[in-house]
Design a protein around this ligand. Structure first.
Ligand code: FMN
Length: 784
């Protein structure tokens, strides 16, 4: 086994420079000045971890920190890949002390018989998955629902205590204690030990993830030792009454069935680690969320006015400013992360909070956008087989707390203060959060019913774009061609809208009709004030486009969702060919504008039946000049795809949108081109509704999560995944948009979507979970 980099660092630079230069590391040596200065215990990291490592995310995404003796990883894809592979990247060091303590503190810990060992979070395979599976049931949405009344009651009672004061430290007066009580309740712990546990659990955080000064170490060690012993005593109490409710009692009962899986050491360690896992994370996450929302008063106002935004606001707060800033893994083999060679035995600090601000995954990543459609892709809960088991308990608590605050204290503001954090790498939340308000304005003084409020159903574990709509005002509605209406949509208060990239679309809700339809953004991405779309009046309308044409006028309010992008332009392409048919011009014109801006050689082919029906011809001619080729069939100028695509050219990419027939012809014309040359977007689906009498049930094995699930004949794969607490995005649920794509590792797929190309289908490595199934009831293995 290679020496650990920490040990090597003490002897000099641990880096194999020759190997690095062969791998084209960004700086040649990962111990750049910035890497050398990286200090996660400094105030800069504590105040804003993703900002503190922005330089790394942008320029040096994998670097070695000599101060910490860890490799630091900051990009989304690299971190997700590490989470995915829990064999090469062992979780065994997740609870190890990041700052080794001195002999005196170690002796104190030994005095208490401290032996915190493997739980779940730091357990390796093959022991981990059987244990996780054995203990998972109490975390399913239906079991968690039993805890909701307690969370609501506690939240209400704690707010009662300070609502007339006009000022409160939400951390001290509520957010610390309520999640602790919920955690204890969930674990099955008697409430009488609460105060001591609170004191001890802070010490545990400092002991594990912090850098206590030598003189503090002994005091911390005493507290941790006491925590350990108390955890042991509480566990003994529970063993006397193993039939009681609680996750620990559930574990005690499981121990009888499978003593080799649920061991004594596990139960004692979990008793201690479980409290931290369930308590501090949620307390901090809520404090971070409230702080963040109050720092964005317009967003706070919006959720006060429309509580249905709360579930996604919670997700966005977890992404933007979550309570787990970084996590750890140990490389067990020589490997590469982001192209940088890492030796077996190296320790990795994976800065999940930085991944959550990675522009490569989250557009306009620093913006707090509570309508972000992929907010729940964040890595705050980790991912894969070790993903936080309690994630949905945390989500439920946070939703309830925010409902309570927005309903009863909508006029609450942040009091002037500076924020302090317990210095540590991983768990992050303000130690105090002072808020103030005018009690005379409390809504319940005017209407006592506000205190009880209406219960909006808590949405547990369902990251669906359908819940998040954004109001816009129609600034202009003008014809862009026969039967094509061009809409310019702006924020009602005139502020900027989220940034978007070419290929994006929005969903427009068609009034009260219950319909919503996707429309590609066709304006200029540099225009931050407006979204522009163009809607064809479809003669065979199912209601959506007909509604738009019959109803939408300037000054109207509409609700939209998105933008989201499943048709991304590869900005690295050497040459671009764009082909648009009819209304398919909308995404393509935003792309062609970008190609022109970047100076990439491009040509834009725009086909239509007759000129009057083709939108934006004049504007396109003005902007693209000779790059634009019009093909108007009534005028006898059809596009000859065979000639256009006769000779494959290295580095060329073809982007196309238009009628199904045109896209099929293009696919045929591109067969002799390199794979992935052609990228298309479909506007229509041929998918019918699921007919259980014609479908077969099948099984899916989820490799990253270590689960096997049945998918019934009357159920989509997406529905089966959600029922098992697996977060999968979705949008159109018609096989058109690509949001619900999952990676397939094994098994034959019956593809029914319009997203994948023929070669992608043949490769069998991806499938759309909203519609595609296994062939003939066979088993599929997915990377989930
Ligand atoms: N239709 C348009 O008229 N203009 C567009 O820019 C447009 N963009 C779309 C983008 C995507 C990603 C998808 C899936 C569809 C798009 N459509 C677009 C099609 C519409 O969503 C919708 O299917 C069409 O207006 C017909 O709906 P209807 O049958 O309810 O009238």
């Amino acid at each position: 086994v290679a020496p650990s980099p920490a040990a090597a660092a003490r002897r000099g630079c641990p880096i194999d420079h020759a190997a690095l230069s062969a791998h084209k590391a960004p700086t040649g040596c990962p111990v750049s000045h910035r890497a050398a200065d990286f200090d996660p215990f400094s105030d800069g990291y504590q105040q804003n971890p993703p900002d503190y490592v922005r330089w790394s995310r942008e320029q040096e995404p994998v670097f070695y920190s000599p101060q910490l003796g860890y490799w630091v990883v900051t990009r989304f894809d690299d971190i997700k890949a590490i989470f995915r592979d829990n064999i090469s990247f062992s979780p065994s060091i997740a609870l190890e002390k990041i700052t080794p303590t001195g002999p005196e503190a170690n002796a104190v810990l030994a005095q208490y018989g401290f032996a915190l060992n493997r739980t779940l979070v730091n357990e390796d395979e093959p022991a981990h998955m059987p244990r996780r599976r054995a203990l998972m049931d109490p975390f399913t949405p239906e079991h968690l629902a039993h805890h909701e009344p307690l969370v609501r009651r506690l939240a209400r009672e704690y707010v009662d205590r300070f609502i007339d004061d006009g000022r409160a430290d939400l951390v001290d007066q509520m957010l610390w204690e309520v999640p602790l009580t919920v955690a204890l309740h969930f674990l099955g712990v008697p409430e009488e030990d609460m105060d001591k546990l609170r004191e001890y659990s802070i010490a545990h955080t400092v002991n594990t993830w912090g850098r206590p000064k030598p003189e503090e170490q002994v005091a911390v060690a005493h507290a941790v030792g006491n925590f350990w012993q108390l955890a042991g005593k509480v566990l003994e109490k529970m063993r006397q009454n193993p039939e009681a409710d609680g996750w620990m009692q559930y574990g005690i009962r499981k121990q009888k069935e499978m003593p080799e899986v649920v061991t004594d050491s596990y139960l004692h360690s979990m008793m201690m680690a479980g409290i931290v896992a369930a308590h501090e994370t949620t307390a901090n996450a809520t404090a971070n969320a409230v702080k963040l929302l109050l720092q964005h008063p317009h967003v706070w106002r919006e959720i006060c006015e429309d509580p249905s935004l709360i579930p996604n606001a919670v997700e966005e707060c977890l992404r933007h400013n979550g309570s787990v800033a970084a996590w750890r893994r140990l490389a067990t083999v020589d490997c590469e992360v982001g192209g940088v060679p890492i030796l077996a035995g190296s320790k990795l600090l994976i800065v999940t909070s930085s991944a959550n601000h990675d522009e490569g995954h989250f557009a306009d990543a620093d913006l707090l956008d509570i309508r972000r459609d992929n907010a729940s892709d964040h890595l705050t809960f980790g991912y894969g087989s070790h993903q936080c088991m309690g994630k949905n308990l945390a989500r439920m608590e946070m939703q309830v707390f925010l409902e309570e605050f927005t309903r009863r204290l909508p006029h609450m503001k942040l009091a002037p203060q500076s924020f302090s954090y317990v210095p540590n790498t991983s768990f992050r939340g303000p130690e105090h959060l002072w808020v103030e308000w005018d009690p005379a304005q409390n809504p319940e003084r005017r209407d006592a019913a506000v205190r009880e409020g209406e219960r909006s159903p808590v949405r547990i574990g369902e990251p669906s774009g359908h819940a998040i709509s954004r109001p816009v005002r129609v600034e202009a509605a003008t014809p862009a061609a026969d039967g094509v209406l061009h809409l310019r949509l702006v924020a009602p208060d005139g502020t900027s809208l989220p940034r978007w990239a070419p290929g994006s679309h929005i969903d427009v809700e068609c009034g009260d009709s219950g319909l919503s339809r996707q429309y590609s953004l066709c304006g200029d991405p540099a225009d931050a004030r407006a979204f522009e779309i163009a809607v064809l009046d479809d003669p065979d309308s199912r209601g959506g486009s007909a509604w738009v044409h019959a109803n939408v006028k300037p000054g109207d309010r509409l609700r939209i969702r998105g933008p989201r992008n499943h048709f991304r332009l590869d900005e690295g392409a050497q040459r671009l060919v764009f082909v648009a048919g009819g209304i398919g011009i909308t995404p393509v014109m935003a792309m062609a504008r970008r190609a022109r801006e970047m100076g990439t050689p491009y040509e834009l082919h725009y086909c239509g039946r007759k000129r009057e029906g083709m939108a934006f011809i004049d504007a396109l001619q003005a902007l693209h000049g000779e790059h634009l080729k019009l093909h108007v069939s009534e005028e006898g100028s059809r596009l000859d795809l065979q000639t256009l695509l006769a000779t494959p050219q290295e580095g060329t990419q073809v982007y196309a949108c238009g009628p199904l027939r045109m896209l099929q012809a293009l696919e045929a014309a591109c067969v002799h081109w390199p794979e992935d040359t052609l990228r298309v977007e479909h506007f229509e689906s041929t998918l019918g509704t699921l007919d259980p009498s014609k479908e077969q049930a099948f099984e899916v094995e989820l490799k990253d999560s270590g689960l096997t699930l049945p998918v019934r004949a009357d159920q989509t794969l997406l529905a089966a995944l959600r029922a098992a607490n697996i977060d999968v995005q979705s949008d159109c649920e018609e096989g058109l948009c690509g949001s619900c794509e999952v990676r397939v590792l094994q098994g034959p797929v019956d593809h029914r979507d319009m997203v994948l190309t023929r070669s992608e289908r043949e490769a069998g490595q991806r499938m759309m979970s909203c519609c595609s199934r296994a062939c003939g009831g066979q088993k599929l293995v997915l990377a989930l």
